[in-house]
Design a protein around this ligand. Structure first.
Ligand code: SF4
Ligand code: SF4
Length: 353
């Protein structure tokens, strides 16, 4: 990590740390909407560049945040490829467009005439770590949906199948696979914390889950910390948009199955999909973009949701759900289908004597 004493002061421009200082990050945008970069700028800090700098992270180049363009960027790439510039993390945002016919020529990196997938392959071979920023770069994401005319894929996955652009056996020079910071968009805290951990050599293979997502966010479920948990406990369910109840039974919420800490590490310091009244649509999971049903409806079989909570056997769920429903307090039942609190909790004496 950079010694704070060596840190330059004043406004930071990308790449302003001394030449050999810092954890060198190159960020490229491929086939995506740019939403992960937008999300990154919502990082919980008043001084985004300063936070990176204090963590010892030197952003070599980012298409939206850096001043350099054209030949300067090509020259940076060449310096990385011929070994004159160290590359600690290659961050790719957006899916990789292999079409047409595997040439990658649907997406040439502007000014170079070279397909983006070729730049990514070459740079990945020189990078200490390769990081997929968001679900497009991780699995293919929305860009790979439908008939996928651009033959989009993730860096090391094609949906939930290992492979993608770099292949299942790819390892960066650190020995790690592509690190999948999945999400659509991905949470700024997941990105910054992962880069900080990498910069400090504190992210090892054991810190990644089975889909190579950092466990620092993927060992939680969206359901953890959801403000609708009391409704969930009693299976007091929302029936229409804006209802306060749990959205699992009718409104398509997959929070009990989805790996992410959105309700423990709220977005913009306060929000999450479920807190805003929207079902969790599983944006950190492969294939979320095509669930096979309307996002806001829960698919059921014989009245029972098909997607049951992770780690819970179906028989238990059915038994507990029917017991909970029969014990639902009136307050919870009424509020579940209202768009504001109609019944406040009763006031109880909480002293023992
Ligand atoms: S709305 Fe979703 S995340 Fe919230 S309690 Fe219900 S199932 Fe869990
Ligand atoms: S709550 Fe679900 S859909 Fe929303 S950001 Fe988190 S993982 Fe994605």
């Amino acid at each position: 990590m950079t010694d704070p004493a060596t840190i330059t002061t004043g406004p930071l421009q990308a790449g302003s740390l001394p030449v050999d200082e810092g954890f060198k990050v190159l960020w490229l945008q491929s086939g995506g909407c740019g939403g992960c970069s937008m999300s990154l700028l919502c990082a919980d800090t008043t001084d985004f560049h300063g936070e990176l700098r204090l963590a010892g992270i030197d952003l070599l180049w980012h298409p939206s945040l850096s001043l350099e363009t054209g030949g300067e960027v090509s020259a940076l790439f060449e310096r990385i490829l011929d070994g004159r510039q160290r590359l600690d993390a290659l961050c790719i945002e957006g899916s990789l467009l292999r079409g047409p016919k595997g040439t990658g020529r649907f997406h040439l990196l502007a000014g170079t005439g070279v397909p983006m997938i070729d730049w990514v392959r070459r740079l990945a071979a020189r990078a200490r770590h390769v990081v997929a920023i968001g679900s497009c770069a991780a699995w293919g994401g929305v860009t790979a949906g439908g008939v996928n005319p651009t033959d989009a894929c993730g860096l090391q996955y094609d949906d939930d199948r290992p492979g993608g652009l770099l292949g299942a056996d790819f390892r960066s020079t650190s020995g790690l696979p592509v690190i999948n910071i999945a999400g659509c968009p991905t949470h700024p805290g997941w990105v910054i914390e992962s880069l900080m951990a990498l910069a400090n050599d504190e992210l090892q293979a054991t810190d990644l889950d089975a889909l190579a997502r950092p466990r620092l966010y993927a060992d939680q479920l969206v359901h953890h910390g959801c403000t609708r948990n009391e409704y969930y406990e009693f299976k007091a369910s929302a029936e229409k948009p804006s209802d306060l109840g749990c959205m699992m039974e009718n409104m398509g919420c997959k929070g009990t199955q989805v790996h992410a800490d959105c309700n423990i590490r709220p977005w913009n310091g306060a929000g999450s999909c479920t807190r805003g009244g929207y079902a969790c649509i599983a944006c950190t999971e492969p294939g979320f973009q095509e669930p096979g049903h309307a996002f806001h409806q829960t698919p059921k079989l014989a009245g029972i949701p098909i997607g049951l909570p992770t780690d819970m056997p179906k028989a238990w769920f059915v038994a507990l759900a029917s017991l909970s429903k029969s014990a639902t307090p009136r307050r919870v039942k009424v509020n579940a289908t209202a768009d504001h609190l109609e019944v406040a909790p009763a006031i109880r004496r909480t002293r023992l004597k």
